[in-house]
Design a protein around this ligand. Structure first.
Ligand code: DOR
Ligand code: ZN
Length: 355
């Protein structure tokens, strides 16, 4: 039996929300921006832009110039506001980080363990190498955004998030208890439990692909490279824990797509890249997940309120409306000189953003 509230949601045909933001996004650079920026700007007011370019964004000047290129790629009339991040390397100076934060252009620092994912070779070799920067960030209240996976080759890929939490993140949070931490794109019940148990200065983003899929979608019957992302999709019990966290109304969990474009040939390869492109339909896909969970009333907090609250930024005042009208995702987009296959390519999506 559905509760009256659930019955209400099952028949819901439209949903108006404060405009959401994307708190974890890859836009890339150069000609790719002509594809990625309009997709995100059509949905989100702001996005935290990841710094894993080649070379990585490691200074206020580089972040500011990258921001200008993103602004130039906005459709006319768009007020999309890219929130920039710096890429943490062993040699990033605490003063550079503080100057960047004070500029208002850079909101956060991104921690990639060296070798964890796409363009992470310059990442952190060991936590001790970056402690002076992290201490400064704790002092000035600047968020640290963490790709939470160990990279040791002997650790099974499905265990890398859990081992990171146990061996690196818990000690870090004990040592710097006031550091504001976002554990990005969480994929396991261990991450949910860790964030739930942590104080209010520790939060997490959840992607829509980790809510929609589990490792069977990636591996059962055939290898599907367009479902390959990092952290890798886990078993369905972890997917269920993520859905429960996202739809719980707990402000520690908020929206971050980790939408990450790669050329089709780089994904459909014998050494395929990690990343799923969801920017063209992100909020509609999250609406599908929340509707399936009988929790459409929790979508606005997750998508539009808890992120700005955590970052200490104002909530958006303009609105978007989602309609229960099925539409078809194009089978591909152009990405610079290449082809980009979005999630749900050529398939239908149940909700549509009203124009
Ligand atoms: O799947 C992923 N793709 N995970 C990441 O952490 C990085 C991203 C990318 O940049 O392609
Ligand atoms: Zn990412």
């Amino acid at each position: 039996m559905n509760s009256p509230d659930q019955a209400n949601e099952l028949t819901r045909q439209s949903l108006t929300l404060d405009q959401p933001d994307d708190w974890h996004l890859h836009l890339r650079d150069g000609d790719a921006l002509a594809t990625t920026v309009p997709h995100t700007a059509a949905q989100f007011a702001r996005a935290i832009v990841m710094p894993n370019l080649k070379p990585p964004v490691t200074s206020l000047q580089a972040a500011s110039e990258y921001r200008d290129r993103i602004l130039s790629a906005r459709p006319s009339g768009s007020e999309f506001d890219p929130l920039m991040t710096l890429y943490l390397t062993d040699s990033l100076a605490p003063n550079e980080v503080e100057t960047a934060f004070n500029s208002g252009i850079v909101q956060a620092v991104k921690y990639y363990p060296a070798g964890a994912t796409t363009n992470s070779d310059s990442g952190v070799s060991h936590m001790s190498a970056v402690m002076p920067v992290l201490e400064r960030m704790a002092k000035i209240g600047m968020p640290l955004l963490i790709h939470g996976e160990v990279t040791d080759h002997e650790i099974d890929i499905f265990d890398r998030e859990k081992v990171f939490i146990e061996t690196l993140l818990e000690p870090l949070c004990r040592e710097l208890p006031t550091l504001r931490v976002v554990l990005e794109h969480i994929t396991t019940r261990y991450a949910v439990e860790f964030v739930n148990a942590a104080p209010a200065n520790v939060a997490a983003t959840i992607t829509v692909h980790h809510l929609l899929f589990n490792r069977n979608h990636l591996l059962a019957g055939a290898v599907r490279p367009h479902y390959y992302c990092l952290p890798i999709l886990k078993r369905s019990s972890h997917q269920e824990a993520l859905i429960a966290a996202a739809t719980s109304g707990n402000p520690k969990f908020f929206l971050g797509t980790d939408s990450a474009p790669h050329a089709r040939h780089a994904k459909e390869s014998d050494c395929g890249c990690a990343g799923i492109y969801t920017a063209a339909s992100a909020i509609e896909l999250y609406a599908e997940v929340f509707e399936d969970a009988g929790a459409l009333d929790k979508l606005e907090g997750f998508a539009s309120h808890y992120g700005p609250d955590f970052y200490g930024l104002p909530r958006n005042t303009n609105k978007i409306t989602l309609e229960k009208k099925s539409w078809q995702m194009p089978s591909s987009f152009t990405l610079a000189q290449d082809e980009l296959i979005p999630l749900r390519a050529g398939e239908s999506i149940a909700w549509r953003l009203a124009k």
